[in-house]
Design a protein around this ligand. Structure first.
Ligand SMILES: Nc1ncnc2c1ncn2[C@@H]1O[C@H](COP(=O)(O)OP(=O)(O)OP(=O)(O)O)[C@@H](O)[C@H]1O
Ligand SMILES: [Mg+2]
Length: 316
């Protein structure tokens, strides 16, 4: 399957069909086997192969991939995984945040959740405005809500995000450096965040989010983090061992300059703007301005709101 996929699908920098990808399939299959022991083993394996790969494909490659799976395993009918609880949580989180419940968008949130289960580092890849930030924020708020509502599923825990832009600071400021004049060690942004996070002894999850372009320099230091040993090595020889509750989340536009070593270490969720379109954005915008208008009718709005109403009404 992987050989055919790498030959027939389009060439993308974020596609990877190496051994690490196979390992994540095995982890996923193992989990599925434990939770659904009624299914035959080959169906579980094929399902895991499909679920591990779908998140990263472009829209055009999806039918091709499905065709390859059908050709290779013509007789097996593999049920889709169910996420009733999570989907309810996502719907609630979207409504609370005045966002539209687009099926393709909610599917991406579920895929992000699934990828988080099998990978330590996850990249949300896609052009600007595709809803990458909204996807992880929605998942975060859905998981918080589910935990609050007393969900039995231990995968839902309270989530904290730590967002930083790796390209807005220098390498030294990111990971720490030795001051050349005083020979003193100065802590970096990423390393101090991680040091803070590992002090937390609770079950809460922490997502360290790198929101900004990937380049070969800063991401190479993350390679040891994204490995199975999960250790951040700093240039003063210090090693920070990260916890399994943590996740590294990268929000990037493309992986043009990322090395294959990095790409193979992370799980990838591709977010195409075409899945969202502009309509949800418009609907949310209209809703945002129509609600104050009701207050205005009651007589406790301010004149500014009235002005916005004039702007909005012709559209709606
Ligand atoms: N389901 C939705 N319904 C309504 N509006 C949405 C939805 N998802 C995203 N949006 C809106 O689309 C806009 C772009 O989303 P977002 O900021 O998440 O994109 P992004 O991919 O993170 O962009 P960037 O690459 O610039 O960081 C936001 O204003 C967000 O409010
Ligand atoms: Mg964003």
């Amino acid at each position: 399957l992987y050989k055919l996929s790498s030959e027939q699908l389009s060439q993308q920098r974020h596609y990877d069909f190496g051994l690490r990808a196979v390992k994540s399939v095995l982890v996923m299959a193992g989990e599925a086997k434990r939770s659904r022991s009624d299914l035959p083993e080959d169906a579980i394996l094929i399902g895991a192969m499909r679920d591990a790969n779908l998140p990263k494909y472009l829209d055009d490659d999806l039918p091709l991939f499905n065709a390859i799976v059908r050709d290779l395993f013509p007789r097996s009918e593999i049920p889709m995984k169910e996420h009733k609880e999570l989907e309810a949580g996502i719907s609630m989180a979207l409504r609370k945040d005045n966002k539209q419940e687009i099926p393709a968008f909610m599917n991406k949130v579920v895929q992000l959740f699934e990828t988080f289960q099998v990978r330590f580092g996850v990249m949300l890849v896609g052009p600007p405005g595709g809803g990458k930030s909204t996807i992880y924020r929605t998942l975060q708020s859905a998981m918080n809500d589910l935990k609050e509502a007393g969900s039995q599923d231990e995968r839902f825990q309270r989530v904290h995000t730590h967002v930083l832009n790796p390209k807005s600071v220098t390498m030294g400021e990111l990971y720490g450096e030795v001051n050349k004049l005083t020979q003193e060690w100065k802590n970096g942004l990423a390393s101090s965040i991680m040091r803070e996070v590992i002090k937390d002894a609770s079950e809460d999850k922490h997502w360290v989010t790198f929101d900004g372009p990937v380049d070969a320099l800063w991401i190479e230091n993350m390679n040891t983090v994204l490995d199975d040993n999960m250790t951040l090595c700093l240039s003063n020889g210090e090693r920070i061992k990260l916890k399994s509750e943590m996740r590294m989340l990268f929000e990037v536009q493309d992986l043009e300059v990322a090395s294959p070593a990095t790409v193979s270490r992370v799980g990838i969720v591709f977010v195409a703007p075409s899945q969202l379109g502009y309509l949800p954005y418009l609907h949310s915008w209209i809703l945002r301005y129509t609600e104050p208008t009701k207050d205005e009718k009651k007589g406790d709005g301010d004149p500014l709101v009235a002005e916005k109403e004039v702007l909005v009404l012709p559209d709606s």
